[in-house]
Design a protein around this ligand. Structure first.
Ligand SMILES: Cc1cc2nc3c(=O)[nH]c(=O)nc-3n(C[C@H](O)[C@H](O)[C@H](O)COP(=O)(O)O)c2cc1C
Length: 192
């Protein structure tokens, strides 16, 4: 069955290290017949800077964000994907704001019944992949932790591909071993 892969590419740099990782991963996945969509989250038009905690999503039947902007259809497509990839540069030991802005809005893809102690989400059973790079070799573990915890909490399989010492934007293209590993990961995920 064709794997549907939705990639949220969270760097403000159109041709930087995150873009290269995404391109390589997507090439590998497409070469193994996956259907891949890449969304550059820095260039979406938002009506809010992230989730505003209005909680309207908790009062309605569909898994839908109440903020009607460019992020809303992307969130809807997340529920249809088999694999969700979040790609980000390391920014002060966390993800970029450009990724976080849409990532927090997956709140609308959960329904909590706090009295019964139940949480439901259409994300359950999917795979979450984190692609990330950093200039130095410190901090990617700190970045990874909330993504892994979120995947565990949601019942998603979690895989990360983290590249320390990636250099400045674009320098990662000088690392053929990283390119080969990213392509191989894309191929493997498409065939899994
Ligand atoms: C605002 C900002 C914060 C950064 N913070 C870190 C950091 O904490 N640790 C690190 O190793 N690199 C840091 N970097 C470097 C980037 O993570 C790194 O160069 C990354 O590979 C760039 O990816 P990009 O080309 O997709 O933007 C930072 C860069 C910027 C612009």
């Amino acid at each position: 069955m064709t794997k549907k892969i939705l990639i949220l590419s969270g760097s403000p740099k159109k041709d930087g290290n995150t873009a290269a990782l995404v391109e390589w991963f997507a090439d590998g996945a497409r070469s193994n017949h996956a259907e891949v969509e890449v969304v550059k989250t820095a260039f979406l038009r938002y009506k809010s800077t992230g989730c505003v905690s209005c909680r309207i999503c908790q009062k309605i039947e569909p898994y839908e964000c109440a903020i009607d902007d460019d992020a809303k259809p992307v969130l809807a497509r997340m529920t249809k994907a088999d694999v969700i990839v979040m790609a980000t540069p390391l920014y002060f030991f966390g993800p970029s704001a450009q990724l976080k802005c849409i990532a927090d809005r997956i709140f609308s893809l959960y329904k909590w019944d706090n009295i019964a102690g139940i949480m439901k989400s259409p994300l359950k059973g999917k795979t979450l992949i984190l692609l990330a790079s950093a200039y130095e070799d410190v901090g990617l573990d700190a970045l990874e932790a909330p993504f892994k915890l979120t995947a565990d909490y949601t019942g998603m399989k979690f895989i990360s591909f983290l590249v320390p010492n990636a250099g400045l934007s674009g320098d990662i293209r000088k690392k053929p071993d990283v390119r080969d590993q990213a392509i191989a990961l894309g191929r493997r995920i498409a065939g899994a």
